[in-house]
Design a protein around this ligand. Structure first.
Ligand code: AMP
Length: 380
């Protein structure tokens, strides 16, 4: 049996080359080694975009399309949408009961993002609880391995601490303590040399046309000391070269570096080679996307199937957790064991039957309201 991997991505923007080379390519590789669950974490996207949720629907669609076009195979891995598997929300709530505030306030990204992101009010309960939701995403699948970048290690450590606290309170052997799967994934720089990110307006998107990509790369910064073509350059100071290292062949990387140092080629030539190579990497992805666009029901079916598979697995864990936290009522088998007298048993069964009916009616009423709330927050 393969060990389980879980990873998620926030649909808070269109996917870019950084997401592709830094995460998605690795996911494609892992699907052949592990039992992988890949989640589009749209509730996470709401933690910082709650005030303007409308574009999230488009981002989700773009993400799913690119997941499949990049090579994720629904026959090898489970691709699903967080908000369609309600067990994540239930476990998030339960874990929030046991997570000390201090643990969350100490997570480095909490303060960093609050200082960094000036145009959003992130002083919310949901934003502070982001790592608890992430812990729920992981623990609900009893996933063993979590592909992480170095910046994600504190979040994973928190998940491990929450799991340990849960087991200290409610019993051992219920959860699986996850481990980071530190895979070598490159940090992709953006047009301005900083990390490529949708928040920095420096990204090349997988949905950009070849013309736009060409235009973007042509305007990229290079070694600032190289003003004329005849000046020799230092490739390590140029973000164009940083992208060569990811998208060009080793032979071409060597050639470009040498030619830059001797001023044999200028920055325009160097960019032309990069443009050719980036387009070559993206061509097969675009081709598959074109095919998928012709049959939109395929994507819908993949997600529906993935949601179902994920919910089945998540529910297995939740049944154990509810029992451990004394939330679930005793089962019929337990009634049989505990109540030998037929009359008493019948009474109990009737009681549970009636209780079931009342619960179903209450759930139907709650679902009516939730339908309206999801629409208003652009989740459905
Ligand atoms: P984000 O878009 O920041 O939610 O990231 C989604 C995934 O893409 C995460 O695994 C990130 O580590 C990865 N990622 C995002 N931007 C980059 C980048 N510039 N270079 C490498 N990986 C990235």
């Amino acid at each position: 049996m393969k060990e389980r991997v879980l990873s998620g991505m926030q649909p808070s923007g269109y996917l870019h080359l950084g997401n592709f080379a830094g995460a998605l390519k690795n996911w494609v590789r892992l699907q052949d080694i592990y039992e992988c669950f890949y989640c589009i974490v749209d509730w996470h996207a709401l933690t910082s975009n709650y005030a303007a949720p409308a574009p999230i629907a488009d981002y989700k669609q773009d993400m799913l399309l690119n997941f499949i076009a990049a090579g994720l195979d629904p026959n090898k891995c489970t691709i699903f949408l967080q908000s369609e598997v309600k067990q994540h929300a239930e476990l998030h709530l339960l874990l929030s009961m046991i997570t000390p505030l201090g643990w969350l306030e100490r997570v480095p990204t909490y303060k960093e993002k609050q200082t960094e992101i000036k145009d959003k009010d992130l002083n919310t309960y949901g934003f502070l609880g982001y790592p608890v939701l992430q812990a729920a995403d992981i623990l609900v699948y009893r996933a063993r391995h979590i592909p992480v970048g170095v910046d994600q290690i504190p979040h994973l450590e928190l998940t491990r601490e929450i799991a340990r606290r849960f087991e200290f309170l409610y019993g051992q052997g219920i959860l699986v303590e996850p481990e980071g799967l530190l895979t070598e994934s490159p940090k992709v720089v953006g047009l301005d040399g900083r990390k490529m990110s949708k928040s920095y307006d420096n990204a090349i998107y997988l949905s950009d046309t070849p013309e736009i990509i060409e235009k973007k790369i042509k305007t990229m910064m290079t070694d600032p000391a190289r003003k004329r073509k005849t000046d020799t350059g230092d490739p390590e100071l140029s973000p164009v070269f940083a992208l060569h290292k990811i998208f060009s062949s080793s032979e071409e990387i060597g050639r470009v570096a040498a030619a830059c140092k001797t001023a044999e080629i200028g920055c325009i030539d160097c960019k032309a080679i990069l443009i050719k190579n980036v387009l070559k990497v993206l061509q097969p992805l675009w081709k598959r996307r074109e095919g998928l666009a012709k049959s939109p029901s395929v994507l819908k079916d993949i997600l529906n199937e993935g949601n179902k598979r994920a919910a089945t697995e998540a529910e297995k864990t939740m049944e154990i957790i509810r029992k451990a936290m004394k939330l679930s009522k005793i089962t019929k088998a337990e009634i049989d064991i505990n109540h030998a007298f037929m009359t008493l048993k019948e009474l109990l069964i009737k009681h549970y039957h009636d209780e079931g009916k009342v619960k179903a009616e209450a759930a139907a009423e709650a679902e009516k309201t939730m339908g309206i709330i999801r629409k208003a927050m652009k989740i459905s």
